[in-house]
Design a protein around this ligand. Structure first.
Ligand SMILES: [Zn+2]
Length: 198
């Protein structure tokens, strides 16, 4: 687990790479609006989750700061949701004191991280203040958001996100590449033809 403020500074320090944007665009099937950094990468280097700014272009408030983009991770989280485990996780958060406390802490860390991102970008959090993601701090509503937090902020941050990652490790793991999205071309078509001739 990394300090959320340091993490935000670290992630936003490197400028966005056109190739990363192109990969995420392929992963989502649309341009990643508000993407300000790659939050987590696969062992191969492709983005798994991105950091999205709190205020999207056009002034749309966006609370899901850690956004899962890897189609393999999205699919794995969807499988777990379809297995009906949400209720199990929800009961843990409600009844198990340790999980409950860790989940509340994950919520706080999410807010701290977003606040640091917002401060650096000068974004207003007016409409999403106190709102994190995935149902936190008391409910389990979207495993994708919780897994994204675990991937971006590291294991030990979100107890449910960590449990989901452990559960799906034979289907998705950040340490073992199963990426299906192609790398985009490095350069313009004329340029690559020239490169091939050399
Ligand atoms: Zn990969």
């Amino acid at each position: 687990m990394t300090d959320p403020i340091q993490l935000a500074q670290h992630l936003l320090a490197s400028p966005l790479d056109a190739r990363d944007i192109a990969i995420v665009e392929r992963q989502l099937g649309r341009y990643p609006r508000g993407m300000v950094a790659v939050g987590a990468r696969c062992a191969c280097g492709r983005p798994l989750a991105v950091v999205t700014r709190p205020l999207l272009p056009g002034g749309v408030p966006f609370p899901t700061t850690c956004y899962l983009t890897s189609p393999e991770a999205v699919k794995a989280a969807s499988h777990v949701e379809a297995e009906g485990t949400m209720r199990e996780y929800g009961a843990l958060v409600e009844n198990d004191a340790e999980t409950k406390a860790a989940y509340e802490r994950a919520h706080q860390l999410y807010l701290e991280f977003r606040h640091a991102v917002a401060a650096q970008l000068g974004d207003s959090e007016e409409h999403i203040e106190g709102t994190s993601a995935g149902g936190m701090p008391t409910r389990v509503k979207c495993l994708h958001a919780l897994v994204a937090q675990s991937l971006v902020m590291g294991s030990g941050t979100n107890p449910i996100g960590d449990m989901v990652l452990e559960r799906v490790k034979d289907e998705f793991s950040p340490t073992l590449c199963r990426c299906s999205v192609d790398w985009p071309e490095q350069s313009e078509p004329e340029q690559s033809e020239e490169d091939e001739r050399q």
